[in-house]
Design a binder for this molecule. Sequence first.
Ligand SMILES: [Zn+2]
Length: 293
Amino acid sequence: MVEARQERFVNRTGQFSPKPQKQWRLVTRLIRHVGIQQNEREASDVFWTPERQQLAQRAIEAINQELEPFGAPSLEFHPDQIKFVPQEEMWAKNARAQCNPWFGSFKVSYDYLDSDENFLEDTTHEYLHCSSLRLLQKDREGKLRWRRSGIQIYCKPLQGGISGDSVLFTDIDEGVIQITTKQILCRHFLLDRAIDWQGDLVVGMCEIISRVNKWCPSSDDVFRIFQTAAFGNGRLLELGRIIENTYGRGSLRTLGRLFKAIPHTDGYPNMFYSSEFRALMDFIVEPCAGFRR
Ligand SMILES: [Zn+2]
């Protein structure tokens, strides 16, 4: 069987994409023509106050500076990259913003844009999704399919456990974006914002992993490995190695299965009342439990 050829898409820098800046500029140019409807345009005009334009530009500068060491592409500001939509158009009842990784654009619900601080947090968060790795693969019919978006892996249902919807590690990816958003807002805007459960979970994993892996002395070192996987050249090798070293052989697969098993309502996990969520917690807090599973 011939291996499908992997292709980089839009905004990547580094060895796989020789002209990243040109590609990125092309995409931001295309966004002007793609799918902006009249009602979105009107909403955009209302929401793009000069203060918000300035905040978005400063957020992009901060992101470019923070992600450069990981080899992430530089973002450029373009107001049409963000669409403002009514809440009914969001993927989940309570979602404030959602990214369209294909075009590197995103939607923000205007029900939640009651303050510039919320705006700054949501835009920084979605810009980070746009900056993270996007990798496509041609299938046998030549169609492009998603392979990676940040740490998320798109795969066919696997034999031996992982089944159903085939996106793995969405919550870990989300946690990395939340923590990076928090760090950037704190360092560049002196804003202290909370992280959600995915962020707390990744913080906890980093602490446990750093305790088990003596060569990785602090949880910050471990978190940089997560960030390299999300924003860097796409190699999951180092992250996979420390996770398997901490939780045992095959633990990446187990972790993927445990995350997928958590039941969701309206896009949010049933956390504290579900046995599936407790099983995930038990797994994470018990290093090398994977050896026994
Ligand atoms: Zn997100």
